[in-house]
Design a protein around this ligand. Structure first.
Ligand code: 5RP
Length: 244
């Protein structure tokens, strides 16, 4: 397994202190660090939008230690709602809420312009809805997620099951190679196509184009509503940047 010392040979800290720690394990530490840093972006007594995935799970665990200052949460998946409730944190239906000051979630890829691919965990539709309501989207990610161009991570698309084959044909016309996520059903009862082979140079345009295909519920491009704040976990610490 690749180690940190091998990936960052010039880093004294990494090569002296953490030489044998595998990347995978360190990636978890970076996710934990950004999750903890996100607490600084939660206004007192507010309703917090909470995303899904392993980084969001670390955020939920961090939030549990500060739950007294959170009025309630809105979750972007059943799994996150369950984890929040297990920590004794109140979870509200989105329809019961008219304002979400901040939404905290991970990403599968993010660019310097803060456009993202999301949906690796299959929660993209509810994530996009909660993100749309939220005033501020705080993306928490380890540095492996920062990319120059979106598309190496297969783009998840949630589809109505009866439209799957049609949507697949349309995606092939756009140059993609869709693959059904086998044995997976979304919280909304739909299927996911993971689209390989795309080089996404204009994420806003592709996001809009994909939304026009009948049978597509949501595509995993978050470009029109991208992140506002990025907390990026790096070997040198958490790097904060804001969308300009
Ligand atoms: C789930 C998501 C996640 O935010 C994304 O997959 C990143 O996951 P992780 O934090 O586990 O790397 O979009 O649908």
């Amino acid at each position: 397994m690749e180690t940190l010392a091998a990936r960052y040979p010039s880093s004294r800290l990494l090569s002296d202190i953490l030489p044998n720690i595998p990347i995978a394990m360190n990636q978890d530490a970076l996710k934990q660090a950004v999750a903890a840093a996100a607490l600084d972006h939660i206004p007192e007594d507010s309703i917090v939008g909470v995303g899904s995935g392993s980084t969001a799970n670390y955020f939920i665990d961090a939030l549990a230690a500060r739950k007294a200052r959170v009025r309630a949460t809105v979750a972007s998946s059943e799994a996150s709602a369950q984890r929040l409730r297990q920590h004794g944190i109140s979870v509200l239906e989105l329809n019961a809420v008219d304002d979400i000051p901040v939404y905290v979630d991970g990403a599968d890829e993010i660019t310097a312009e803060f456009a993202m691919i999301k949906g690796g965990g299959g929660a993209l539709t509810r994530e996009k809805i909660v993100a749309a309501v939220a005033r501020v989207f705080v993306c928490i990610a380890d540095h492996s997620k920062l990319v120059a161009t979106l598309g190496r991570f297969p783009l998840p698309i949630e589809v109505i099951p009866m439209a799957r084959a049609y949507v697949e044909r349309e995606l092939v016309k756009l140059g993609g190679e869709p693959r059904l996520r086998a044995g997976f059903t979304t919280d909304n009862g739909n299927q996911i196509l993971d689209v390989h082979g795309l080089t996404i140079t204009d994420p806003r345009r592709l996001e809009t184009e994909l939304d026009q295909i009948a049978g597509v519920v949501t595509n995993g491009l978050f470009a029109r509503r991208g992140a506002d704040v990025l907390l990026l976990g790096t070997p040198d610490g958490v790097r904060l940047s804001r969308r300009s």
